[in-house]
Design a protein around this ligand. Structure first.
Ligand SMILES: C[S@@+](CC[C@H](N)C(=O)[O-])C[C@H]1O[C@@H](n2cnc3c(N)ncnc32)[C@H](O)[C@@H]1O
Length: 311
């Protein structure tokens, strides 16, 4: 798949030339990839090149559900049909997550990052952002950790998917979401109702959910409370972004951090040290990023060339 490239223009001109409507089964895979990319662009959904065929398959699933045989018809309907747009977006995003996903990172958060931040905040709430929070398990894991250790916090959490955010606000989870949560925390922080687990209201209320499209919205956004974070978790999200958006988002996440603030990505996410002046450290939980205490204003400051980068 190419985004905005030759293939898209080719597909467009075929449509403009009066290409007849064809049944879904005969849609040529390469055209479908290109049109899928164009549809993503219409939805302002950033998609990594490697995700081209997955995106095309997602688009085709929605088309089948709605009996739409021409992808251009779907593209045109998306502009006016909000629900359809959301449906394509939900189909195209991977929202897999669970509580305390990547336990080494939560160990690092608990024993190193949060104590460091609390000490520096000296009693004021630590400001945390979970960017790409899916159905809320990640920010709620942080809320549980902070409640458990008595850290005052303000947690913001965001996602592009309204469906994911609606589930997050509901704060009710199945056993699968809690597969890495110990019995003690389960009993202490969740109310079991049949096979569902409802997060304690006081903990759920400490997380504020909002929609953010990292591929489109410009950050920081202080008017939306999206600035000045001591800690950002942006895990298993960057891997889905288009290369140009990834570079911009790296810079924006850097700007959203306070000096000395921490950024954690997932081990499988693309490295960010090339794109912003992060300091990096290799820990038992993998690579972590920090905004230096005194950010050099000049371009090419030393922090850019971190220990990790020079390997
Ligand atoms: C695999 S989940 C990761 C959830 C959680 N961070 C974790 O690591 O368990 C990826 C999430 O990123 C969201 N996402 C994908 N593209 C996005 C974008 N451009 N802006 C904001 N969120 C996005 C998806 O909707 C999905 O909920």
């Amino acid at each position: 798949m190419q985004r905005g490239g030759t293939k898209i223009r080719k597909a467009r001109s075929a449509s403009e030339a009066g290409r007849s409507v064809r049944p879904e089964s005969t849609i040529d895979a390469s055209i479908s990839d290109a049109v899928a990319a164009e549809i993503a662009r219409h939805m302002r959904l950033s998609v990594a090149t490697s995700r081209g065929s997955a995106l095309a398959a997602a688009v085709q699933r929605v088309m089948s559900r709605h009996g739409i045989t021409d992808p251009y018809h779907l593209r045109d309907r998306i502009a006016a049909d909000h629900a359809l747009r959301e449906e394509v977006l939900d189909e195209a995003t991977i929202r897999e997550t669970h509580f305390f996903r990547d336990s080494e990172q939560f160990e690092l958060l608990r024993h190193t990052v949060l104590p460091d931040l609390c000490q520096r905040r000296a009693g004021a709430p630590v400001r945390i952002w979970s960017a790409g929070c899916a159905s809320g398990e990640e920010p709620c894991s942080l809320a549980i950790l902070c409640a458990e250790d008595g850290h005052p916090v303000r947690i913001s959490a965001s996602d592009i998917s309204m469906k994911a955010l609606a589930e997050a606000v509901e704060a009710e989870y199945g056993e699968w979401s809690l597969r890495e949560t110990g019995e003690y925390l389960k009993r202490r922080y969740f109310l079991q109702c049949g096979d569902r687990y409802r997060l304690r209201t006081d903990v759920a209320r400490s997380v504020r959910f909002t929609r953010v499209n990292l591929g489109f919205d410009r950050l920081p956004a202080p008017d939306r409370g999206l600035a000045g974070f001591d800690l950002i978790l942006c895990r298993n999200v960057l891997v889905y972004l288009d290369a140009a958006d990834l570079m911009r988002v790296a810079e924006e996440l850097f700007t959203c951090l306070t000096e000395g603030g921490w950024l954690l990505t997932a081990p499988t996410d693309p490295p960010l040290w090339r794109y912003a002046s992060f300091q990096t450290a290799t820990t038992g939980a993998g690579l972590v990023y920090r905004k230096p205490m005194h950010v050099a204003r000049e371009a090419g400051c030393e922090a850019r060339y971190s220990k990790e980068a020079s390997r």
